[in-house]
Write a protein that binds this ligand. Structure first.
Ligand code: ADP
Ligand code: VHF
Length: 387
């Protein structure tokens, strides 16, 4: 009998484009300064893949931790401005370290700082995508982090796992590798459950993962395993498999490339969706919601049709035309999300009404649909549960 897991592992070599995320806990050896020898070691391995024509986009945390260390701050600040200041100071060390380390292999690096708006605005999304594709095309290695200077709580990704997944969507990555301080994902948080066992491989959307993933983290990491599972689900939307693996395992990246069975492989098990829909699905910020009646839920889920005003019973929030809204059934379960063609105020006037009445009710009609099917992503229930 063929061992499927070995088949998948050995096929990793043929995955052309990898997004590799290195977490704070790991980069700073859990709170001490940037672990330069460790960084040089990952860079050496990544350079090996690069020499084999694998395209790499690096998502690196560590700015806050590196900044704290430079500033002599021993405890992580709670004020957002202090965190931003630490990140701004630390980002300098971070990129300098990567530049020097990759420079030893004559590889150019490029700093990319992204915030939520960059990926939620269609135009900026396309610009970010083109720049990353161009950099990869000229064989430079983009080093991505969240743009901590311009973000506030409301628009923060908050953890680099989500950012890495959205970057994977953005560049249509073939594999997302999340390097962390545990050997992979365990059946429970190994910090508090010494009997927990390592999961080798499962579906990214497997429901049991939610109960196994703890949010608890070390001194500097954010999000724990929950954000990694969520990231794997986001990445799955562009058909990208995710590997969660220990960054301190000797030669981990090279060994994964060679097909070794390390860490936890969370499989996308779905075909890549159309690029625009990926962007919609990864669009974390929503401005409101629409409550659908049973008939609308059925046609969206079963027939993939557009959402019409007649199937909506309520608008919640202050959204405008073009905003992202979630569509929930009458018990509040999210079934889809998409770009709405009418504002909340307009929806309140046309909800439950046939399309022919829109012009009479509003005095004009922009579009027949509340959300056109091209701008609508219908998903299975638990995908956005943590948003
Ligand atoms: N099921 C689990 N398996 C492995 N680690 C887990 C699990 N649940 C929670 N964790 C915690 O997640 C931590 C890693 O996440 P985090 O501290 O955010 O690191 P990073 O900076 O790499 O993102 C681990 O140190 C561990 O304590
Ligand atoms: N932008 C922040 C990253 C936030 C963070 O620590 O994320 P993670 O590595 O997922 O725990 C930094 O560079 O410090």
């Amino acid at each position: 009998m063929i061992d499927m897991s070995m088949t998948i592992r050995s096929s990793l070599k043929s995955r052309k484009r990898w997004v590799i995320k290195i977490g704070s806990a790991l980069l700073t050896d859990n709170g001490r300064k940037l672990d330069r020898p460790a960084i040089e070691n990952w860079v050496k391995q990544i350079s090996g893949l690069h020499a084999n024509d694998i395209e790499i986009i690096l998502v690196s945390s560590g700015a806050v931790a590196a900044g704290m260390n430079r500033l002599g701050w021993t405890t992580r600040p709670t004020s957002i401005h202090d965190l931003q200041a630490a990140a701004a100071v630390g980002q300098m060390s971070l990129v300098q370290t990567y530049q020097e380390a990759f420079g030893c292999y004559s590889i150019h690096t490029a700093q990319i700082l992204l915030d939520h708006d960059d990926l939620s605005n269609r135009e900026r999304y396309i610009n970010a995508r083109s720049t990353l594709n161009t950099l990869v095309g000229i064989k430079a290695i983009p080093v991505v982090n969240e743009n901590d200077t311009v973000v506030t709580d409301e628009i923060r990704f908050g953890d680099n796992d989500s950012l890495a997944a959205l970057v994977a969507n953005l560049v249509d990555a073939d594999l997302l590798v999340i390097l962390t301080d545990q050997d992979g994902m365990y059946t429970a948080d190994p910090r508090s459950n010494p009997d927990a066992t390592l999961i080798s491989e499962t579906d990214a959307n497997a429901a049991e993962l939610d109960a196994m993933a703890g949010g608890g983290t070390g001194a500097l990491g954010t999000g724990g395993m929950q954000t990694k599972v969520r990231a794997a689900r986001l990445a799955a939307r562009s058909g990208t498999d995710t590997l969660i693996v220990g960054g301190k395992i000797e030669n981990v990246i090279s060994r994964l490339y060679d097909g070794e069975n390390l860490g936890t492989l969370l499989l996308a098990n779905q075909q890549p969706v159309q690029a625009r829909k990926q962007w919609l699905a990864g669009h974390l910020q929503t401005r409101g919601s629409l409550v659908l009646d049973d008939g609308a839920v059925r046609v969206l889920k079963r027939d993939g049709r557009s959402l019409l005003a007649v199937g909506v019973s309520k608008a919640v929030g202050q959204f405008k035309r073009g905003d992202m809204v979630v569509c929930v059934d009458k018990s509040g379960v999210e079934i889809a999300r998409g770009l709405v063609n009418y504002s909340a105020r307009e929806v309140e006037l046309i909800k439950g009404q046939p399309t022919e009445s829109i012009e009479t009710l509003l005095g004009y009609k922009d579009e027949d649909e509340l959300i056109h099917r091209d701008n609508l992503v219908v998903h299975n229930t638990q995908m956005f549960a943590e948003n």
